[in-house]
Write a protein that binds this ligand. Sequence first.
Ligand SMILES: *Cc1c(COP(=O)(O)O)cnc(C)c1O
Length: 512
Amino acid sequence: MNRAILTHEEIPKSMIENRENPIAIKKEEFKKLGYQLIDSIADFIDSIEERPVTTTKTPSELQKTLGDAPLPTNGTPAGELLTKTTDLLFNNSLFNGHPKFLGYITSSAAPLGALADLLASSVNANVGAHILSPIATEIEKQTVKWLAEFIGVSPNYGGILVSGGNMANFTAFLAARTAKAPKSIKEDGISNASEKLTVYCSKSTHTWIEKAAILFGLGTKSIRWIPTTSSNQLDEKILEETIKEDIKNGCKPLMVVGTAGDVSTGVVDNLAAISNLCKKYDLWFHIDGAYGIPAAVIPELQRMFEGVSEADSIALDPHKWLYSPLEAGCTLVKDPQHLIDTFSSHPEYYNFSSVEGEVAQNFYEFGLQNSRGFRALKVWLTLQQVGRNGYIKLINEDIELSKLLLLQAENHEELEAIAQNLSITTFRYIPKHYKSSAGQKEDYLNALNEALLNDLQMGGEVFLSNAIVNEKYCLRACFVNFRTSQKDIGEIIAIVVKEGRKTHERLSQTKD
Ligand SMILES: *Cc1c(COP(=O)(O)O)cnc(C)c1O
């Protein structure tokens, strides 16, 4: 039975005529709150350098700060909430926009990106379908084209913005599977494939590849981890031998992943050589450039990135070296039809077909998401604000600072410089009289540098992360930070040495 339907007269007037509600904010109030918020954000950004890089509070202390109130039954005025919450965030966060934040690969965010996000969520375009996001879809298409131009591949590459590097690599992985695995797997699934599908990458490839192999049905045993050469690049000789061996054993090789800027030390694989092998064996050539590929914009580095324009797909992360606020990743595909072949579906409840005589691009057909936010806007705006030349300057300066840190570590008697590629520097602390006998004390030096890293991260003066290079536990600085300058390098060296001495003293006392 249908439930009773109210007649027009029975509907309470207040409900339809004057929808007083707890969520809308009237214009004058919105202005007041907005201006206040922008004022506090401007003060925050202006004073970021003077703040500790991160809070020293422990998880339980943070829980106490937050309190453990149950879900609110009734509402609270928005102004009160915003004031409290700006304090909460500005006083208890890690600031990757701080000039001495050089950990992992997380950049300082372009301030314009914050304003772009506010604008994007105000319009609230759903960039899943053109009809739901008319200009936003066109802006995302242009952003994708500009990103292709930025890294020096044909602007005919198509693609999509996603949440980050992992998702960008997943999106490409699935396109590769569609393109190179037997066509029947779309219906029959992977377990019915007669040949074992295999993928190839160097052993320094980021963990996304394992997640992808698990999630998309190949299993981790399908990953062939190819050893690296002495320069830490994927060894193409071993790659070719492995591919041949697999074919002989009845496997079906799908794709090779080349990395353009590995997470630990910034090494770029020999992309041109990998591309040639992919052509020879009819494999999909994917480049994980999540961190490093924006450096291809620098004319002097173009040789390092030779082969990029041959890639079937590329993952890159505007939220890393293009300084976009989180989240922004991007998948570029040479022939975007592979994305549509992989992700498109046409349910009867979608009326998204083309405008007469024109093709409207629907981004839900290009990736995993259905409803999608307008993350392209912040990238699109910042690309215009900075321009190609501005980015060449910023990225070059990051690289120069990374080299300067290596040099200063080299010249310090208590530091050992380990490696430097793109904008990543690895080094470690070595107590004064240890240098000559460092070889015999590796275990202690590893323990010391690990403890030192933890002390540094808790200290709030500088934020570095770690890398293991040739079995040495290293401190690692990655420069994707337009606020860091030369003076920070000297100060970071001083902080590391000061803390290194303290940590060493503490460890040698507990040892005795
Ligand atoms: C950062 C990174 C990833 C993962 O990217 P997220 O944005 O963190 O998901 C993958 N590969 C490489 C080479 C990276 O540097």
